[in-house]
Structure formats: C-alpha cells, structure tokens
Design a protein around this ligand. Structure first.
Ligand code: G3P
Ligand code: MG
Length: 248
C-alpha cells in the first residue's frame, strides 16, 4: 500500500491556509488530496476557513455566521500570511468543488461543527457534493460524533471519518458504532497497534498534522492509510523514496 498525502488546508506552509493559492500549490506539489474546513455564513453558504472567527486569517474580526457571503468576500484572507498574498479571498465550498472537479484529487471536507453545531451543515455540504458528482472521492470528517451519525443517515455509502485529538482506548469500536469508515487521529496518538486494529475492522486511518521527515517515515512504515501535511512537496518526496526502497 501507499500512504495518501492530503494537503492540510492546502499547502498551508507556503500560502495562506484554505485559499485558492494554497490549494493550487498543493496540486502543483503533487498532493493526492486536499483537506479543508467548512463553516456556514449567515446566509447559509458553506465557506472554507479553520476558525469560527475571521480574526486570525483575515483583516477583520467577528464570527463567520454573523457575516453574509457577500460581506465575507470583501475581506482580505492573504495579508496576514504575507504581503505577497494581499487580496486573497475566502473560498466557498462550491468554488473548491468546481476547481477540483477536473483534477485527480481526493477531497476531505472537515465539518467544523464541534464548537458551533451549524443547522443543516451536513445536508448542505452533502447536497453540493452530490450535485457535482464528487461523493465517490470525498471523505467527510468531524470531531462531532452526532454529526458522523447524521452524515451516515443522509447516505450510508458516503465516506465519513471521526476526528479525534485525544488518546482513546476504544476509539476503533466507538467510531465503528457511529458508522464511521475512518479515523482521523492526531499524529502523537498514532501507532502500529491502532493501524492494525483499524485494518482488522476494515477501517481507514489517517494522521494529522505530519510535517517532519521522521514522522512522515514512521507513518509510511506502519502503513498509515493517509496523512495530512502542511508541506505536500516534502511528504511526496519522502513517500516516493520510501516506496522505492521498500520495493527493492
Ligand atoms: O482534518 C485534520 C485536521 O485538520 C484536524 O484538525 O484543527 O487542523 O482542523 P484542524
Ligand atoms: Mg481541518
């Protein structure tokens, strides 16, 4: 097997996270998939941003769900990162879907509904993916266990991952009980035993956020199915070298 490399918020080490610049760069760097985070605006448009509040990654303040989509589009989502990216705009889920449509990339949409449980977020996201025929190469993920259930209720064939940042002895049966197909776990809780348990249960396991060569090689050697990285170029280089060596 070969570990799939997802660009975490795009190639977020080199371009402002969750912007088209970061997604384009991830594609150029050879990532196999894009990971992004989704929230809802006041007028119920799914938009891509990590935090609930725009303060850290734009030139404004306040919660995403207090802005309309048109208002959010006025903000500068690039200058905080570097002047080179001044004027970068917040991206809607629809824009990302249209961009990814003709590219051979997987998509991991993380529903950011663990702090604000946005009404109908699951349905709205599912509907867009279904409309553009992207469900077969999309993994939906969330830290919110109830949301995993809701997603599975919409369509039991859609790929859903339970996200966890904690050590949890029974994470595999717990995720399975919710109906999840995968576990997305913080790198420091990843180990061979967990990978084996997941595979025995026919579940996929992916780790975040893996940037350092030593950590990348560990993931490849224990056959972790996927990793999320801010530096796809480095990850691809190490993964291809690792695969080449193990074929010898
Ligand atoms: O989806 C993997 C990872 O992105 C989860 O954590 O906080 O970076 O969204 P966070
Ligand atoms: Mg995320």
């Amino acid at each position: 097997m070969s570990t799939n490399i997802f660009a975490h918020r795009g190639a977020s080490k080199y371009a402002p996270e969750n912007t088209m610049a970061a997604f384009n760069l991830a594609y150029q760097q050879g990532a196999g998939g894009i990971e992004t985070d989704v929230h809802l605006t006041k007028d119920h448009i799914p938009v891509l941003m990590h935090d609930e509040n725009v303060k850290r990654t734009t030139n404004s303040t306040g919660y995403i769900n207090d802005y309309t989509f048109d208002q959010l589009k006025q903000l500068d989502a690039g200058s905080w990162f570097s002047p080179e990216f001044a004027g970068a705009r917040i991206v809607s889920l629809e824009e990302l879907i249209k961009w990814i449509h003709d590219k051979p990339l997987y998509l991991n949409i993380e529903l950011k509904n663990n702090k604000i449980d946005y009404n109908h977020l699951e349905h709205i996201v599912y509907d867009r993916l279904s409309y553009y025929h992207l469900l077969h190469r999309t993994i939906l993920s969330t830290f919110n266990p109830t949301s995993v259930k809701r997603l599975k209720h919409l369509n039991r064939n859609v790929g859903v991952a339970l996200l966890t940042s904690r050590r949890h002895k029974n994470i595999v049966p717990a995720a399975k009980d919710l109906g999840a197909n995968a576990i997305h776990i913080q790198y420091r809780h990843l180990n061979q035993l967990l990978v084996d348990k997941c595979h025995q249960e026919n579940m996929t396991v992916r780790a975040y956020t893996v940037n350092k060569p030593r950590q990348l090689l560990h993931c490849f050697s224990i056959e972790c199915d996927g990793i999320f990285t801010d530096t796809p170029k480095t990850a691809v280089k190490y993964r291809d070298h690792f695969n080449h060596q193990s074929m010898k």
